[in-house]
Design a binder for this molecule. Structure first.
Ligand code: GUN
Length: 290
């Protein structure tokens, strides 16, 4: 009989964001019990949603559920699409002054007639659990953060808890949003990664990606990163949350082909997604403790 000489394919290890997220939520729950025993209070998160964006409604529902499960107080303010800037500002002012509210999150995007920057600036930096206020962004930039931005912080936890070394590594981030790409680059830099941020004007994107030991993809295009863009043994983190034609959630990375090249990969769903809300809970606890 002829021997089969084809080598079995070495597949990437899957970073299980659901499991890591549960582990961290247990640690947070323990700290909530300690906080409650000391103060008689519970951490409290207020979430504001304006209009009826279906994706935002799902995110807000999940945030409320996570708060309830971990034993936080939570309040959801659902405001109609036609809410004025003055009405929204007045609600933020009320929440800023409410001592039971430790964290305030205004779900983005807002309807077009509302000014997101004004909203971000209005939230007190010490209640800004998204870490979107320029005071918090500035603190991250100088390496002295109060809150870490939720999605990038979740990715750092995934890397740490999978024992992936960052110091000295080539880190490539695709996407430069204020929510993910830019703060991600700062957090990797703070841990001594050599960081490149790619965007729509980047020349030779494939060649830049191929240099990466750690590749973080936050571009919002289904299956954008393919195996030919990834170095053998790279760690690939997929931040994408795209719906395909059948309505199924898919990432920015072609999971099947890239898993045959990478050493570690995050799936979608079940990778970065579950970590974002966990980091929001962590920030809210931190806000309460302060
Ligand atoms: N919309 C999408 N992601 C986020 C987030 O992390 N925070 C807020 N406030 N809105 C979002």
């Amino acid at each position: 009989m002829r021997k089969n000489t084809t080598k079995p394919k070495k597949m990437a290890k899957i970073i299980d964001g659901k499991a890591i997220s549960s582990e961290i939520r247990e640690e947070i729950a323990e700290k909530v019990r300690e906080y409650n025993a000391k103060t008689g209070k519970l951490p409290g998160l207020a979430v504001v949603i304006v209009g009826e964006n279906p994706a935002s409604q799902v995110y807000v529902r999940n945030k409320k559920k996570a708060c309830e499960q971990i034993g936080f107080n939570s309040w959801v303010y659902e405001m109609p699409e036609e809410t004025t800037q003055e009405e929204l500002n007045a609600l933020i002012d009320k929440l800023n002054d409410d001592s039971a509210v430790h964290g305030i999150l205004v779900q983005l995007p807002l309807p077009k007639h509302l000014d997101e920057e004004q909203v971000i600036l209005r939230i007190k930096p010490e209640k800004d659990v998204d870490a979107f206020h320029p005071a918090n962004v500035g603190r991250i930039t100088i390496g002295n953060p109060k809150f870490l931005p939720c999605t990038p912080a979740g990715i750092m936890e995934l890397l740490h808890r999978s024992n992936i070394e960052i110091s000295g590594k080539e880190c490539v981030v695709i996407g430069r949003s204020n929510i993910v790409g830019k703060p991600m680059a700062l957090l990797l830099l703070a841990e001594n990664g050599t960081v490149t941020v790619c965007h729509s004007k980047t020349h030779d994107l494939k060649e830049v990606c191929k240099r990466a030991d750690i590749l973080v993809v936050a571009i919002g295009k289904a299956d954008f990163v393919t195996a030919d863009m990834v170095k053998e043994g790279a760690v690939v983190i997929d931040v994408g949350m795209n719906r395909n034609a059948e309505g199924k959630l898919t990432g920015d990375v072609d999971f099947k082909s890239v898993s045959e090249v990478a050493s570690y990969i995050t799936p979608v769903p079940g990778g970065v997604g579950p970590m974002t809300i966990t980091m929001l809970l962590q920030n809210t606890l931190r806000a309460a403790e302060e």
